[in-house]
Write a protein that binds this ligand. Sequence first.
Ligand code: BEZ
Ligand code: FE
Length: 292
Amino acid sequence: MTLDSTESTITKAVQNTFAGMSDERTREIFVGLVQHLHDFTREMRLTGDEWFTAMDFLERVGHFSTPTRQEFVLLSDILGLSVLVDQINHHNETSVTDSTLLGPFYVEGRPTAANGSDISGGVAGLPLFFHGTVVDTTGNPVAGAHVDTWHSDGDGFYDVQQAQKLHNKLAMRALLTTDEHGRFWYRSIAPRYYPVPTDGPCGEILRAAGRSPMRPEHIHFWFHADGYDPLITMLFRAGDPYLETDAVFGAKRSLVVEFVQHEAGETTPDGTTMTEPFQTVEWTFTLTGKDQ
Ligand code: BEZ
Ligand code: FE
């Protein structure tokens, strides 16, 4: 019954309206959401002005969102919700590479690339050679794994943040496939730490709280392989000044690696001699089987 509800009966009244929902899990989520939302509102003794501020904020988050600017996802990220969902769903056994959040800059239409190719898309920067190996929990190579990788440029900007300058060309991202030894490798440019976008409503929260918007330097990876759980993760550069204060709570010690700096003239992993300094990064990723 919804007639004459009061502060103490409104929650049940709303929850009862979900009884007819055919999907049991969706019903459970709505009932729980109403419970917590109402309890929160009662606990805060939320005023009408505060409620209006919240509605206006969410509306602005919606208006700010586009297919390449996911302000709602960013809101979830800065509130620690994205990482919490990952923590609940991945218990991160020590034998498996830790997962972390996806972030808003993954793009479905990324180009495929052969191992050894240059995925920088012509964007200038410090050359970086990445060598990865994908293994299972017994150390055996995982051949034929699909590896999505993406990262920022040396100023901390992703391709989709500079679409005009790059003429809408995707860069610094690719889909690779591991060889029979579980290896994948590519050339690109070194990424840089960067602030999460602060020109939208989420920026207001960060500024109001005096919070750093910075994410430590990292490279993203998303692995898919038949018979294994997908793995979404990142590698962070050892020594980065923002490792301890990641604005979206995604950095983990287990994912910190050396981005090794080399002088010009030394031989790169693929045997060429460079006329400029470059970086190399090597890492082994461990996947777990779907039924393990
Ligand atoms: C990223 O790592 O790409 C990212 C994650 C969360 C918010 C903004 C950026
Ligand atoms: Fe990122």
